[in-house]
Design a protein around this ligand. Structure first.
Ligand code: PAF
Length: 288
């Protein structure tokens, strides 16, 4: 595995690989790799000739007071995991090479970035879309693979790729979960043992929604499901607040308010919950 730090070098290399007809697969990450990342890496390895992974904690997607400085990092362990999982090129740029002095161009994907996470993390998706487009321009992948855990991120990247004619196919892979259902996330490391135990409730609440929504005989509406989910989540003492529980169209992220006339529509049930200072997100996609 070759480690590349300079965008110009990565770009030269990927252009040369493209010219030889190789299919380039790409998994962008912020490092501190876990089984969720590894499932994306393994999938991409299986379907592409050349596998690029990036590790870059992107400052522009963190808001003021968020965890940019203390975001977990362990580059030596990440390098080992990449080596063990068949990564060909690991791209680890520094801030200066990604955002050189005078940098001022950003990608704004519009109203889709303002709902759900966007309401609580203003500017987050502008940073995400910008870095992902930059990485796509550097790595020039045929295929890029993302996780369903960040459902809104995936929807925004799909939209950006469509809107801006980016020549990369986007694949989204299922969330990898711990035994109790907690979605794998680099931020789970922040949970203390008590919070970690309670955090399994998020998946239980999502499964409750899935069971209700997919049951055609269920006659009550989404407000009822939401209040039951809230009750379940708040039954855990380490939960400090629920930022949102929301039902949205999985493609457009338009809010869904009623279960009427939803046959065939993929419904994204998503939530964000705080355990003290730790904020976790998760989701499930359901059909009525
Ligand atoms: O999902 C992530 O880890 C990040 O948002 C991404 C896509 C690597 C962009 O920084």
């Amino acid at each position: 595995m070759k480690i590349i730090t300079l965008p110009s070098e990565a770009q030269r290399l990927s252009s040369a690989l493209r010219n030889t007809g190789k299919i380039i697969g790409f998994v962008p990450t912020m490092g501190f790799l876990h089984e969720g990342h590894l499932s994306l890496i393994k999938k991409t390895r299986a379907i592409c000739d050349v596998l690029f992974v990036s590790i870059y904690v992107n400052p522009t997607q963190f808001g003021k007071g968020e965890d940019y400085e203390k975001y977990p990092r362990d580059i030596n362990r990440d390098i080992l995991l990449c080596r063990q999982n068949g990564v060909d090129y690991l791209f680890t740029p520094d801030n200066k090479s990604i955002y050189p002095e005078g940098f001022s161009t950003y990608v704004d994907a519009g109203s889709i970035t303002e709902v759900l996470e966007g309401r609580f993390r203003p500017g987050h998706f502008r940073g995400v879309a910008t870095i992902v487009l930059k990485l796509f321009n550097i790595i020039q992948p045929h295929v890029a693979v993302f996780g369903q855990k960040d459902a809104q991120q995936a929807a925004i990247i799909r939209k950006m790729v469509r809107d801006l004619n980016v020549n990369t196919k986007i694949l989204v892979r299922p969330t990898v979960r711990e035994k109790d259902g907690l979605a794998m996330s680099s931020r789970n490391i922040y949970l203390n043992p008590r919070q970690r135990l309670d955090a399994g409730i998020l998946y239980k609440a999502l499964k409750y929604a899935e069971n209700r929504i997919s049951d055609k005989n269920f006659k009550k509406d989404l407000n009822y499901i939401k209040s039951r989910m809230e009750k379940l989540i708040k039954s855990k003492t380490t939960v400090s607040s629920i930022d949102y529980i929301s039902f949205n169209n999985n493609n457009t992220l338009e809010e869904i308010k009623t279960l009427k006339n939803l046959s065939g529509v993929k419904i994204l049930v998503s939530l964000a919950v705080r355990f003290g200072k730790v904020r976790l997100i998760d989701n499930i996609v359901v059909k009525r």
